[in-house]
Design a protein around this ligand. Structure first.
Ligand code: FAD
Length: 475
């Protein structure tokens, strides 16, 4: 009786709950569905799709070492998933399908439909907790609701982690070879352009590459994380988000690496490791929010009253922001980092998101969508959470009157201008005082070829404050 492991955002062999459960219960084959129209509807970035394909190729080799063949099926979107899975099950005499849980509304609906369809044909469906430490719905307030405040959520998570630490799964042993050939992995999928070699080199595929990055970070950097993580010119953060989002790495592997760098402590000891574990819990928090408040999966504001906000329709300003031509160096440098690498430093994600939603008063959904179309680590829960935090429309969000000033953020977090000079060579000759605000140099002295700011920071700040105050007045 064969088992099917349906791979999605869990592209690894180590510490993979569903793969392990499938292999422990019988001979297993793996399946991946290529669904370009679904990916387009979800705004998945071409560099992310390319990262999935490159990881699939590595995964196929790792699975081959376990004698698990990897089948590839192509369909337009998830509406075809029930029929595709049923056909694979029929062809290979599969009795049970194993998956790791995913939490967006479309993902949940897809799984319900596939499970129901397979059950009609007497094929069992086993869904496992794997992406998170705790199953959504199991970390609740005393009155049984989902937490809306991160610090309260984190406190309960710590209590749970102290009493039962989620363990990594023991390495799998190869199964007896099956007479089933693996399918070729495509190099590209129509509709998604292949990124250039320089972007690909930044994000090498495969579990070994991910593990090396994790080990290096845990051994050499995590102890400095609390001091370095806000400075985009420093390699102060792990740059593991793409691997976590695609499931090339599990959160348990990350947690255990941080714990072993911190003598087994979560909430005491080295402040760098503790701060980093807190970030893993932010990731957890936003996925729980996705399940507890499914409206955020449908692009609705978490704080419904903010849906009445009068966002501006300003396509030229939106384009200037997207293309890194706002005339504010830190914003432009950050947007160019995003275009060139598929990734942006967390501090800068907050700064550019606040600038778009507050100074330009453009709807956060525009920013959310644009980020998703660019990011190699694009993840609905974290991206939506980050955008709604920055726009003050979300759970435990930044208060609307705390608006980052991109010039003072630049002075504080890129004090020598190294990050700006790297991404904006046209400003490279400016000294570390002038580089944050070249417009202040005045007409003749301002660098040629660099735009003037598209917006007055203090007037636009007032405009945002009054838009949010109007909202409060209407409540
Ligand atoms: P590290 O600082 O090393 O953190 C370790 C891991 O913790 C990350 O890899 C990530 O998985 C998780 N993490 C860290 N910070 C957060 C956070 N604030 N929320 C949720 N998880 C977090 N993260 C994504 O993974 N995908 C996204 O699409 C995404 N979009 C964002 C959009 C905005 C507007 C903002 C403000 C933040 C967004 N983040 C997103 C969160 C954060 O910016 C990235 O996770 C982080 O920059 C990734 O870099 P790193 O791996 O070096 O992180």
């Amino acid at each position: 009786m064969q088992r099917l492991m349906w791979l999605r955002t869990d592209l690894r062999t180590q510490d993979n709950t569903a793969l392990s459960e499938a292999m422990l219960s019988g001979p297993t084959i793996a399946l991946y569905l290529i669904t370009p129209q679904q990916w387009q509807r979800h705004d998945d970035a071409p560099c992310k799709v390319d990262f999935w394909l490159r990881n699939l190729a590595e995964l196929q080799r790792a699975l081959a070492r376990l004698n698990v063949p990897l089948l590839i099926r192509h369909c337009a979107d998830w509406s075809d998933a029930p029929a595709q899975l049923a056909e694979v099950c029929r062809t290979h005499g599969i009795q049970a399908v194993h998956v790791n849980e995913e939490y967006g509304v479309n993902e949940s609906l897809r799984d319900q439909q596939v499970a129901a369809y397979l059950r009609q044909q007497d094929i069992a469906w086993h869904s496992h907790l794997d992406q998170l430490f705790f199953r959504p719905g199991s970390v609740l307030t005393r009155s049984g609701g989902y937490f809306q405040v991160y610090s309260q959520f984190r406190k309960v998570c710590y209590e749970r982690l102290h009493s039962a630490l989620p363990a990594c799964i023991a390495p799998l042993r190869p199964q007896a070879p099956l007479a089933i050939a693996s399918d070729p992995i495509p190099d590209a999928v129509a509709g998604f352009t292949t990124p250039g070699a320089s972007l690909r080199e930044l994000w090498p595929a495969g579990e070994d590459a991910a593990q090396q990055r994790l080990q290096r970070f845990a051994e050499e950097q995590v102890s400095e994380y609390d001091r370095q993580r806000d400075f985009p010119a420093q390699p102060g953060t792990s740059q593991l988000s793409a691997y976590l989002a695609a499931g090339v790495l599990s959160p348990r592997q990350c947690l255990h690496a941080a714990l072993s760098a911190n003598q087994g402590e979560f909430d005491s000891g080295n402040p760098g490791a503790v701060t980093w574990i807190n970030e893993l819990l932010w990731r957890e928090f936003y996925k729980h929010i996705l399940v507890g408040y499914p409206r955020v999966s449908r692009h609705r504001a978490f704080r419904l009253e903010t849906e009445a906000l009068r966002w501006r329709d300003a396509p030229q300003e939106l384009a200037a922001w997207q293309e890194g031509r706002t005339g504010l160096p830190l914003i432009d440098a950050a947007m160019r980092q995003l275009q060139a690498t598929g990734w942006m430093h967390n501090r800068l994600r907050m700064v550019v998101a606040m600038f778009l939603t507050k100074n330009l008063l453009i709807d956060w959904r525009e920013g959310e969508r644009f980020f998703m179309r660019q990011l190699i680590d694009g993840d609905l829960a974290a991206n939506n959470g980050g955008w709604q935090w920055s726009a003050s429309t979300g759970t435990d969000a930044a208060p609307y009157f705390r608006i980052f000033n991109p010039i003072s953020q630049s002075q504080k977090f890129d004090p020598d201008g190294h990050f700006i000079r790297h991404w904006l060579p046209e400003l490279a000759s400016l000294n570390k005082r002038d580089i944050h605000d070249p417009a202040a140099l005045g007409g003749l002295f301002a660098p040629s070829g660099y735009p003037r700011p598209i917006v007055d920071l203090s007037r636009s700040r007032e405009r945002a404050l009054s838009a949010f105050k109007d909202l409060n007045a209407r409540e």
